[in-house]
Design a protein around this ligand. Structure first.
Ligand code: NAD
Length: 356
């Protein structure tokens, strides 16, 4: 079946890095029998400029019809003064909500060539390859009751960590499935010694694990997990955790790699449909200069191939091509060490596509 992809270049460096992602898609189509068609739509500031809204109905409808959505980034100083509902980020939040994207997958990969970019010693992080699966639509960020109220004559702030069995089960299944596509080891992170929500979390994860006998399951308390991530991050394959813990742990993991321009992400719903995007923003400081690193965007294409389009073979090819470009010494400005030759966005994209 022909895969249907929706492309949302967005704002800032978005169109420049997306052009390179499309170059990669074209190379896969021309040389590796990739059966797909893609179309473009507006989101974020670009959509505000064209229609006054950050998420036009036509974009949302096209996203619903697609097997996968590739998004670059939204936002920029031009839009900072707009009312909240018309801000570019509302487009992003709106599409995540409308598609029911509850599973956020964030890999942290450090290629040996870039090991010196990490704040940790190179030997601790060289060849790091871990994946954090974060629950994205539940937990304390959404739980009721919430608010600021008066109790015993003073103000108290209240938030509630709440997870249903079905919410835990579906994120656990996503994580086990992801582990199956990788090293087959899953570590579930919770705070089971203090929180009832975590007691249930652990119980349900253990129950779901019976359906995945080929995946080795372990558990860590979140405080220990944070410590282990900076002590010996290479011990992990896949980590699954709640919204709050995942928010924090995934940023620690990203920082281990030292380069925001290299990290892709995926957000999936129950149908396996996904939104794929770099973790970085629209980098308005670099927009139009042709210097942004397109690799996070290109690696988002690889994730899309693996998780939504079930073409792990093509994902491997794209990831190998990225490794090849780095091994050949190509560096955009953000990942170059002093004295290294720097290439632009387009040159990096062409090199990766050329290696496919
Ligand atoms: P940012 O990620 O855009 O930039 C942070 C720093 O990283 C900047 O110095 C930038 O030049 C650099 N950088 C980012 N991507 C890069 C790349 N591919 N290659 C080289 N360098 C890169 O974050 P910010 O500056 O906090 O935000 C800028 C705008 O992006 C804001 O409007 C913000 O709201 C938006 N934003 C969007 C998303 C998203 O679309 N998912 C995420 C974060 C921020």
């Amino acid at each position: 079946m022909t895969a249907k992809i929706l492309i949302l270049p967005g704002d800032g460096i978005g169109p420049e890095i997306m052009e390179q992602a499309e170059r990669v898609l074209e190379a896969l189509r021309a040389r590796h029998g990739f059966d797909a068609r893609w179309s473009h739509a507006l989101i974020g500031g670009a959509a505000v400029d064209a229609s006054g809204e950050p998420l036009p109905a036509a974009t949302l409808e096209a996203a619903r019809q697609a097997d996968a959505v590739l998004l670059a980034a939204v936002g920029g100083p031009k839009y900072d003064g707009l009312p909240r509902e018309r801000r570019p980020e509302r487009g992003l939040l709106g599409i995540r909500k409308a598609l029911g994207l509850f599973a956020n997958l964030r890999p942290a990969i450090l290629y040996p060539e870039l090991a010196s970019a990490s704040s940790l010693k190179p030997e601790l992080v060289e060849n790091l390859d871990l994946l954090i699966v974060r629950e994205l639509t539940g937990g304390i960020y959404f739980g009721q009751p919430r608010g600021i109220e008066i109790r015993d004559g003073e103000r108290v702030g209240v938030n509630t960590e709440v997870y249903s069995e079905s919410e835990i089960e579906r994120i656990a299944r996503s994580a086990f499935e992801a582990a199956r596509l990788r090293g087959k080891r899953l570590c579930s992170v919770d705070k089971e010694n203090v929180l009832e929500a975590s007691v249930l979390w652990r119980e349900v994860v253990v129950r779901v694990s019976k359906d995945y006998p080929d995946v080795q399951l372990s558990h860590l308390l979140v405080d220990n997990a944070a410590m282990q991530l900076v002590r010996a991050p290479k011990q992990f394959d896949v980590i699954v955790t709640s919204n709050l813990f995942g928010d924090i742990l995934s940023d620690i993991a990203a920082q281990l790699t030292g380069s925001i321009g290299m990290l892709p992400s995926a957000s999936l719903n129950e149908r396996g449909q996904g939104l794929y995007e770099p973790i970085h923003g629209s980098a308005p400081d670099l927009a139009g200069l042709g210097v942004a690193n397109p690799l996070a965007m290109i690696l988002s294409v690889a994730m899309m191939l693996r998780y939504s389009l079930k073409r792990g073979d093509l994902a491997d090819r794209v990831e190998s091509a990225v490794k090849g470009a780095l091994a050949a010494g190509l560096r955009t400005r953000d990942i170059a060490r002093p004295g290294e030759k720097v290439v632009g966005t387009r040159e990096m994209g062409e090199a990766v596509a050329g290696l496919l």
